[in-house]
Write a protein that binds this ligand. Structure first.
Ligand code: URA
Ligand code: SF4
Length: 192
């Protein structure tokens, strides 16, 4: 590794002070991420919603409760993983992230990823998946397939919020998290 890792608390302070994009104006607070700083699995979502903006923690609303359930299908607890978003501030009315916002904010996710140095990255939905895999292929095609980005194993799944009221996506998410649990249990040499 060429550059030294930046301590997570230092990245957190940078995020807290960030005014690089206009989303800074509308936020209650930044949402840095939460979990085990040495997690084997990094979960990447899209952007904070209303509850996340108010509480300063990712995935605390309905989608968060559902994410906790999904993690259990993979044999994981929320405390075992690290959860972060592509954007650290809430877009107004939960609109989609804009390309320029992603470009400006992504440095933080990049540094978080370097510091945590997970073995696995689980991308939730199109924005996280397209960003991490640098692909234009949609989540409908990629979900539940093992991908690679640099030294990271990447496992894209549907965004839990998109599946809350969509039975087909819920079924796919259940299956995908069961598969993730199996992949996580496979002996290391078989994964190489
Ligand atoms: N959706 C996301 O993508 N991230 C959150 O933190 C909450 C909802
Ligand atoms: Fe900074 Fe990211 Fe928040 Fe924009 S969304 S102000 S780049 S932390």
């Amino acid at each position: 590794m060429s550059r030294p890792q930046i301590p997570l608390e230092q990245i957190r302070a940078q995020v807290q002070a960030c005014k690089k994009c206009p989303l800074a104006d509308g936020r209650t607070q930044t949402v840095f991420g939460v979990g085990d700083p040495q997690a084997r699995v990094l979960i990447v979502g899209e952007a904070p919603g209303k509850n996340e903006d108010l509480q300063g923690e990712p995935f605390v609303g309905a989608a968060g409760k559902y994410l906790n359930e999904l993690l259990s299908y993979a044999g994981l607890k929320r405390e075992d993983v690290f959860i972060a978003n592509v954007l650290k501030c809430r877009p107004p009315g939960n609109r989609d992230p804009r390309p320029e916002e992603i470009q400006l904010c992504a440095d933080y996710l990049r540094e978080q990823t370097r510091t945590i140095d997970p073995e696995w990255i689980v991308t939730l939905g199109n924005f996280a998946t397209k960003f991490i895999l640098r692909t234009d292929v949609g989540i409908t095609r990629l979900h539940g397939t093992l991908q690679q980005a640099g030294r990271f194993k990447v496992f894209p799944v549907f965004h839990p919020a998109a599946a809350l009221y969509d039975g087909k996506k819920r079924e796919a998410l259940t299956n995908d998290f069961v598969i993730l649990g199996q992949l996580l249990q496979a002996p290391k040499q078989e994964q190489q």
